[in-house]
Design a binder for this molecule. Sequence first.
Ligand code: AP5
Length: 220
Amino acid sequence: MGDMILLGAPGAGKGTQGVNLAKLYGTPQISTGDILRENVRNKTPLGAKAKGFMDRGALVTDEIVVDMVIDRIAKPDCQSGFMLDGFPRNLAQAAALEEMLTKMNRSIDHVIGIEVANKELIRRLTGRRVCRKCSASYHTIFNPPQNIGRCDKCGEEIYQRDDDKEETIAERLKVYESETHPLISYYTEKGLYRAIDGIGGVDSITDAITGAIDKASDNS
Ligand code: AP5
């Protein structure tokens, strides 16, 4: 599968699909949101810098996230491929990613865009619950845990993310439109963007993604 980016608005299902794809392809899922939340939880200096931006639905500064991704991609488990979830988030981050990969003699092979209309994104985000320990994601209606309030995987408490409140969701969707959406044209021009309909069962969407990757790999 090589080096891949999962693109999509907040709530499109990047995290959910990333879990399935990481299992299928055996490549690490690198979620900048998860790394930032872990830093906030552990009260690190990086977490302290990021928290204010995250709480109001704004992007954390490029400098912070780019350095984070450089460190993560350099780890040995990324040698034969990785999957970025939530990065890049704007054109400056995309340019920084290209620069870091060129230095490593590699390049992005696939950009998968999970496309979901805003109304559905809001339903997904307002109902989302996340495990405090392992970050597994649930939904109060679409994917509830077996025991209310507890993670099926590790038994830890599940909670609502601070940025999954309605006013913050509206801001995140605005930021997506202005900052991240332009990446679709950017990667389409490079011949890398594959659009996937993000409505439907989780496994059928995974099948659509793997189908698109196979097709693109056959043509290259
Ligand atoms: P981040 O954690 O990346 O949040 P996001 O992009 O807003 O994406 P989400 O995690 O909200 O959604 P998702 O697409 O992963 O959906 P999920 O699979 O969970 O970023 C958070 C913050 O960190 C940012 O606002 C920013 O401040 C900062 N940040 C992170 N990266 C940054 C960067 N590069 N630069 C600067 N700042 C950065 O699914 C959502 C819900 O829908 C779940 O409940 C799930 O169960 C449900 N669901 C999933 N698929 C389906 C389906 N097919 N049908 C029905 N329900 C479904």
